[in-house]
Design a protein around this ligand. Structure first.
Ligand SMILES: *[C@@H]1O[C@H](CO)[C@@H](O)[C@H](O)[C@H]1NC(C)=O
Ligand SMILES: *[C@@H]1O[C@H](CO)[C@@H](O)[C@H](O)[C@H]1NC(C)=O
Ligand SMILES: *[C@@H]1O[C@H](CO)[C@@H](O)[C@H](O)[C@H]1NC(C)=O
Ligand SMILES: *[C@@H]1O[C@H](CO)[C@@H](O)[C@H](O)[C@H]1NC(C)=O
Ligand SMILES: *[C@@H]1O[C@H](CO)[C@@H](O)[C@H](O)[C@H]1NC(C)=O
Ligand SMILES: [Cu+2]
Length: 173
């Protein structure tokens, strides 16, 4: 077994363990459109698929120095069609190293905060106001998020990175 695969499996196992140990609802989840699948959906909603909006970092929002890895572990599990909301201030005279949101293609780029082949999901302005919203659309494949500011410095030294492996909410298809 390759080292890469082994490291990946360890990471996956850690997420699974954390998820199993935490059945509570995450903080800062907007429950108003959260539907468990029993009974009728709230009036005003015609959507039979559950969905949640989860603010990344909770009250800490998307900022330098907060431990997003722990945050993601504590808030497991995440489900397909959950929406992550990244909130951060736009560039200004007092915010000269504004944040952004990048998605890595692979575990090693994530580990090293190597942005070379990463995709920018949100620029420095997109996190203002209601924040940048990202729907977790796929499953069985992790999403690796990071801030791209200062060529990866916020990622390496600011803990602005985490990954999520969305699950299928099978009881509410
Ligand atoms: C929760 O979401 C609903 C509908 O998406 C919205 O109307 C409401 O303002 C939100 N509440 C909070 C506290 O974000
Ligand atoms: C739900 O569906 C009904 C009829 O199909 C429609 O009149 C109503 O506007 C819909 N409500 C929403 C919130 O989409
Ligand atoms: C996610 O939402 C889309 C569009 O509403 C829907 O077609 C799809 O079935 C949903 N997936 C899951 C796993 O609920
Ligand atoms: C930046 O900070 C200074 C001093 O704290 C303040 O006077 C100024 O209004 C701030 N500018 C913005 C755009 O917030
Ligand atoms: C960021 O992206 C938005 C569209 O999402 C665009 O309107 C804006 O000009 C971009 N800002 C920067 C600084 O690239
Ligand atoms: Cu940043």
């Amino acid at each position: 077994m390759g080292l890469k695969l082994l490291a990946f499996l360890v990471a996956v196992a850690a997420v699974a363990a954390s998820a199993a140990a935490n059945f509570g609802e995450p903080n800062n989840v907007n429950m108003s459109n959260y539907y468990y699948g029993w009974g009728r959906p709230r009036s005003g909603s015609n959507c039979s698929h559950s969905s949640r909006e989860i603010i990344v970092g909770g009250d800490n929002r998307w900022q330098f120095g907060f431990d997003y890895n722990s945050w993601a572990f504590k808030n497991n599990p995440f489900y397909v069609n959950d929406t992550l909301v990244f909130k951060y201030a736009a560039p200004s005279e007092n915010n000269t190293h504004p944040h952004s949101v990048y998605l890595f293609n692979d575990f090693w780029s994530f580990r090293r905060c190597n942005l070379k082949r990463a995709t920018m999901l949100a620029n420095t302005s997109d996190g203002a106001g209601d924040g940048f919203k990202f729907v977790l659309a796929r499953t069985w494949k992790p999403y690796y998020f990071a801030c791209g500011a200062s060529n990866g410095f916020h990622c390496t030294n600011g803990n602005m990175k985490f990954f999520i492996m969305p699950r299928i909410r099978w009881w509410n298809k």
